[in-house]
Design a binder for this molecule. Structure first.
Ligand code: ADP
Length: 548
């Protein structure tokens, strides 16, 4: 526990207060003994003197009595012999007067109880005078065995003793004060020179360090623990200083690197911008001749087919048709790839416009099922639909939603084998269901899933297939054509539609790709998202295109 004074008081003042207090206490205790002794001595001397005076008085009084001379008693009851005044009291008188005289009461009781107790004394102050009262027991035979018959009282005012007492007390006090002053002085010098001066120096050094000056060192030469403390402190400072120097060197290097990086970054931004422009420009240039190549190749195939019908099929002709078919197929793959690349570039550059409308979920599913059906029939795969009655409508971009789901569907059809090859029915199911909010803050959503009975995706690959250009390097998927961009595009589009993609898959049983979309579209969030994806695209585009 900390007392309030411990918080605000300085170390020097604290030492002075505590040690000063302790010294005062010690000196007072040390002074009490001589003072008590001095008082005792004076009292003993007075006691001795009074005893002798009373004995002289008793002898003279006895002589007068023997001579038959009457005692001279003054009006206060004192009997004087040779200038010594004593008041003799009978026991009855003493008991009667004891009522108002505490000293007399005390001595009467003491003498009565203890026959060996023959005399007593008291002392008190009267102004600056000391009054000593002496009482002596009177017994008839003078010995201790007989009953107390009276008391002799002697009283003496002693200015000399009072002066002696006062002077001695003053001397004692003076000596005490002198010792106190000297002790405090010596203590002050010792604490200041030996303890506080080095502590203050250390404190000043620490304050300079706090202000940021790490070059300062503490110079304490006391040869004791304080010097060791200062040396340790200096070593710490040395360590700190070199760490700071290393850090500033590292910072300088980092600044340099940052400069280089920001230059490289601006170059990257620039090259990314150029890349975007280049892509936009070449897209048309690439697609137009490619479309011509495909168109002319298809024309040639048509001509070859009609020629074949007219002239009869020859091996040379069928070979030519096969080559032409290869050209068309390769051309289509190339076109598909170019389109995927352009799409991804547009998404990453945040250039995809979202066109919202109220989309009927059932209509979307039905049109997609109709679209994929010819391809599925070609492969001998069934297409099924499970549309929940409460699927309803959602506010979204139908074109982008279509794109995502068609990508799932075409993958499902592509990777699912018909029953004759695998022994189990090849089926692709399009499912739509409403997800009601479970907790507060959840949004009302619709889940659209494409479920296939294909080969399934190993767990370790389930995240990776959403990366650009990633294709599972397994027999069952490698044999299919593809760019490895479809799912990456789907993921980006789902995010633009404020939705997310889920995948559940098991090897040998099939896969379920789902997109979960909110029923209501948050347009303010969409604007932020596009800006963010434009920024991300400008950074990640570097990876994609360099890789490509
Ligand atoms: P692509 O289909 O053009 O190769 P995607 O990005 O659409 O590219 O798919 C990436 C990879 O994910 C595919 O190459 C395939 O290995 C795997 N994949 C996608 N859909 C399925 C599916 N339904 N069943 C099995 N594997 C799939």
């Amino acid at each position: 526990m900390r007392w309030p004074w411990q918080r605000s008081i300085s170390l020097a003042d604290k030492c002075l207060l505590l040690f000063g207090g302790a010294i005062v206490l010690i000196i007072v205790l040390a002074m009490i003994a001589p003072w008590v002794r001095m008082k005792g001595l004076i009292r003993e001397r007075q006691f001795d003197m009074a005893r002798r005076l009373v004995e002289i008085w008793q002898r003279l009084d006895a002589e007068d009595r023997t001579r038959g001379a009457p005692p001279v008693i003054d009006d206060q009851g004192f009997v004087e012999h040779a200038g010594i005044k004593i008041r003799p009291l009978t026991l009855d008188e003493a008991v009667a007067q004891a009522e108002d005289d505490p000293f007399l009461r005390r001595v009467v009781e003491a003498f009565g109880e203890d026959p060996k107790h023959v005399d007593d004394m008291s002392a008190r102050w009267d102004g600056v005078t000391r009054i000593y009262r002496y009482a002596r027991a009177v017994r008839p035979e003078g010995d201790a065995t007989t009953e107390l018959s009276g008391v002799l009282l002697h009283e003496q005012r002693s200015d000399e003793t009072a002066v002696l007492l006062i002077v001695n007390s003053v001397y004692l006090l003076g000596a005490g004060l002198l010792v106190l002053a000297m002790a405090l002085l010596v203590f002050y010098l010792i604490t200041h020179k030996i303890i506080l001066a080095p502590v203050r120096s250390l404190k000043e050094t620490a304050a300079r360090v706090r202000e940021g000056d790490l070059s300062i060192r503490s110079d304490i030469q006391t040869g004791d623990e304080l010097q060791q403390l200062a040396e340790t402190f200096n070593q710490m400072l040395h360590g700190l200083q070199s760490a700071q120097e290393q850090q500033s060197a590292a910072n300088r290097a980092l600044d340099l690197k940052l400069g280089e990086l920001s230059e490289a970054n601006s170059a990257l931004f620039e090259s990314n911008r150029l890349k975007g422009e280049f892509l936009a420009n070449v897209s048309h240039e690439l697609r137009t001749p490619l479309n011509s190549i495909i168109g002319f190749a298809e024309l040639l195939m048509e001509i070859a087919r009609s020629e074949g019908e007219q002239t009869g099929d020859t091996p040379a002709l069928s070979k030519r048709t096969r080559y032409q078919r290869n050209i068309v197929s390769a051309g289509r793959s190339l076109l598909e790839m170019i389109e995927s690349l352009l799409e991804l570039a547009k998404i990453e550059a945040g250039r995809v416009e979202i066109e919202l409308s109220d989309v009927n979920v059932r209509d979307v599913c039905e049109s997609l099922a109709a679209l994929i059906l010819p391809l599925a029939q070609q492969k001998g795969i069934e297409i099924a639909q499970e549309i929940a009655s409460d699927a309803g409508t959602i506010r979204t971009d139908p074109k982008r939603l279509h794109q995502v789901l068609f990508n799932f569907l075409s993958n499902a059809v592509k990777f699912t084998e018909p029953a004759e090859r695998t022994g189990r029915i090849g089926r692709v199911t399009l499912r739509a269901e409403r997800l009601r909010p479970r907790a507060e803050g959840d949004r009302d959503c619709v889940r659209l899933s494409v479920i296939d009975t294909g080969p399934g995706i190993p767990e370790a690959e389930q995240h990776r297939i959403f990366e650009k250009f990633y294709q599972i390097d397994a027999g069952h998927t490698r044999e299919h054509r593809g760019t490895g961009l479809g799912l990456a595009i789907s993921r980006e589009l789902a995010s633009l539609l404020q939705g997310e993609i889920q995948l559940v898959s098991e090897i040998g049983r099939g896969s379920m790709f789902s997109v979960i979309l909110p029923v209501e579209f948050d347009e303010a969030r969409s604007r932020e998202q596009r800006l963010e994806s434009a920024f991300r695209g400008s950074l990640s585009g570097r990876r994609a295109w360099n890789g490509a």
